[in-house]
Unconditional design. Structure first.
Length: 227
């Protein structure tokens, strides 16, 4: 009787192993089919960096009294777009709590009308630019309820940030400001440095201004894309 039970147990173990093996094989076959259907897109070889093309984790937005004119605050920061492609576009995504929050972006120009020294990096960097010629930018999801102090977003980008059913406070809906005139790195090789593996370092002065009559907080991101 014991021998019969042992044989029965061994058979059950073999059956379990065969079932597990079949399931595992099926899983590999299934994944193999998925792999043939899904195209893996590698990340673009483009980065947003700080002065001197140093790694940039966040922008230092601290300022002194020299940046204040009445109740308007204006600060400047140097950013670098490092890309192996000949063209790229830049986008600033931000919430809208602060009054009159505006952005301007100036490309580095040799012998420009103005110069700015950014001391926020480990090695200060000075570049020249033309303050009368900021790059043309526009909001791609501006709503109709804009006031003289705030620009509001419409719902066209809502699903990219929230579930449709979410109730989002009007100032928390991010708005997208995009440079519509894509810049050509090849035209500015004398303003940057080309690395065979990473591409060109294209430097810009980012101007950020707002009205500070109450303490508000906004979040914004700087994005770059090839092409």
């Amino acid at each position: 009787m014991k021998k019969k039970n042992l044989i029965y147990s061994v058979c059950m173990c073999l059956l379990a192993l065969l079932t597990l093996s079949a399931s595992t094989y099926s899983w590999f076959v299934s994944n193999n089919k998925i792999a043939t259907l899904v195209t893996v897109i590698p990340p673009q070889n483009i980065s947003v960096l700080g002065p001197n093309a140093e790694k940039l984790e966040r922008l230092d937005l601290s300022y002194t009294g020299e940046s204040i004119d009445g109740n308007k605050v204006t600060i400047y920061r140097i950013i670098c777009v490092q890309s192996s492609e000949d063209q790229h576009s830049i986008e600033v995504v931000h919430t809208t709590n602060m009054k009159n929050l505006k952005f301007k972006l100036y490309p580095m120009i040799d012998g420009g009308t103005h110069s700015y020294t950014d001391i926020s990096a480990s090695n200060p960097m000075t570049i020249s630019y033309d303050k009368t010629a900021p790059l043309a930018g526009a909001y791609i999801n501006e709503g109709s309820g804009a006031s003289s102090e705030h620009v509001y977003a419409n719902s066209s980008m809502h699903s990219h940030n929230y579930d449709v059913a979410d109730k989002v406070q009007v100032h928390a809906e991010p708005i997208y400001w995009k440079i519509t005139a894509t810049q050509d790195n090849q035209m500015r090789l004398d303003n940057g440095t080309r690395n065979p593996s990473t591409g060109t370092n294209s430097f810009y002065v980012l101007e950020i201004s707002w009205t500070e009559n109450s303490k508000e907080t906004d979040v914004f991101y700087i994005l770059a894309k090839n092409g």
